[in-house]
Design a protein around this ligand. Structure first.
Ligand code: SF4
Length: 390
């Protein structure tokens, strides 16, 4: 048994976990409240190891925000703009296809596409966009749209949520994104995202998608006005839906970024808070295959450390991120495959390039030296070009 667990107040929870017993909400709250980060991390690492062995994954992907125009004004959001704002934007389908065309040169396997709730783009814009991207490369996996965008499209097109999802799937949608979950408790939502969909609506969009035989990820935005009990309640609702549908492939905890919005929070979550949130998520969500440490909010260095605190994935190259950076994230706009592989190797894991469903595409053999790395010249060149024009 791990030295830290042996001497810890969390020993009884460890015993439950080892026995394969599900931990309770009260246990999860105790885990959140402990200051014994070493023991918490050791328990989470035990669960991670049992789930995925020594592998840790990343994806080569590209983000695109098709527009930042939005009819809502969520208090925590630094991304949305109104039509009167000078820095509002919307891309044509051809512009999005061009971004995909360039990114395919570095070997992306996924386009991750979300936007604001655009007041007037027709439903055909979204289906045509998906079809055009699939025409460009049928192998490209399209991970697009948050639950609130789906509800918005249903409202705009006067179709049911199920019908919208079926038509998007037929046009090429592979996976829904997990964005927009925030924190489920109503009182918190009204403080940070008034007017946005309810927890029930968020969960119901994902439920409907899963019942069509599809998969998605989900998120939890932490480190703003919520309590630790609110986080447990959020995880409880995700675990319950996963028991019902088994459609989530991963939880992606999102560290709140406090700049340029109306929420009175002084700083982003500390490293301690982020590591404990990832660790508790890993232990509590016993029915989730994967937990991602999202480097955009954490920075690559903390995401790397999180691989020893329950995470088994550090997300992707991304290339062009707006939503977190407009809220003050200081991480770079992109990561190279080389840096992600190096971070995973240094953490003692075997790097695995994955697809949108966290399935392995390429398992990188262990190298004799942890400093050794993989160079992909085409990848580096395109990323350099991107940085030069950013
Ligand atoms: S969080 Fe999403 S729905 Fe809310 S204002 Fe921002 S873009 Fe719009």
């Amino acid at each position: 048994m791990n030295f830290f667990i042996q001497r810890s107040e969390l020993r009884d929870i460890y015993d439950k976990v080892v026995a394969g017993e599900r931990i309770s909400d009260a246990d999860a709250l105790r885990l959140f409240e402990t200051k014994d980060l070493n023991a918490l991390g050791a328990i989470a690492d035990f669960v991670r190891q049992r789930k995925v062995g020594n592998r840790a994954s990343y994806i080569i992907n590209r983000y695109v925000n098709y527009s930042n125009y939005c009819i809502l004004s969520c208090q925590f959001c630094s991304f949305s703009r109104k039509k009167r704002d000078a820095d509002g934007f919307q891309f044509s389908i051809e512009e999005i296809v061009q971004k995909a065309r360039e990114a395919l040169k570095i070997g992306i396997t996924e386009m991750h596409i979300v936007g604001g709730l655009h007041p007037s783009l027709p439903f055909s814009y979204y289906t045509d966009m998906l079809k055009a991207l699939k025409n460009l490369d049928a192998r490209l996996q399209l991970k697009c749209f948050t639950a609130i965008e789906i509800l918005h499209l249903a409202w705009l097109s006067k179709k049911s949520v199920e019908q919208v999802l079926i038509e998007l799937k037929d046009a090429g949608l592979a996976s829904l994104t997990g964005g927009g979950a925030e924190i489920f408790r109503k009182e918190v939502r009204s403080q940070i995202a008034k007017g946005k969909e309810s927890a029930e609506e968020y969960l119901d969009v994902h439920r409907t998608w899963h019942k069509l035989g599809q998969r998605s990820t989900c998120t939890m935005l932490y480190g703003h006005v919520e309590t630790l009990a609110d986080r447990v309640d959020h995880l409880r609702q995700l675990r319950a839906l996963q028991d019902e549908t088994n459609g989530f492939v991963a939880l992606i905890p999102l560290a709140y970024q406090p700049q340029d919005n109306d929420i009175p929070v002084e700083h982003a979550p500390t490293g301690f808070d982020s590591l404990r949130t990832i660790a508790v998520s890993r232990i509590y969500l016993d029915n989730f295959p994967h937990i991602t440490a999202y480097w955009v909010g954490l920075g690559l260095k903390l995401a790397q450390v999180a691989l020893s605190y329950g995470a088994d994935d550090i997300h992707g190259t991304i290339i062009e991120e707006h939503i977190f950076h407009m809220a003050g994230a200081t991480s770079p706009q992109l990561q190279t495959e080389t840096d992600m592989v190096k971070a995973i190797r240094e953490a003692g894991r075997t790097p695995v390039q994955r697809n949108s469903f966290y399935e392995p595409i390429k398992i990188l053999a262990d190298l004799p030296s942890t400093n050794a790395t993989v160079e992909n010249p085409a990848h580096s060149k395109v990323l350099e070009d991107n940085l030069a024009t950013a």
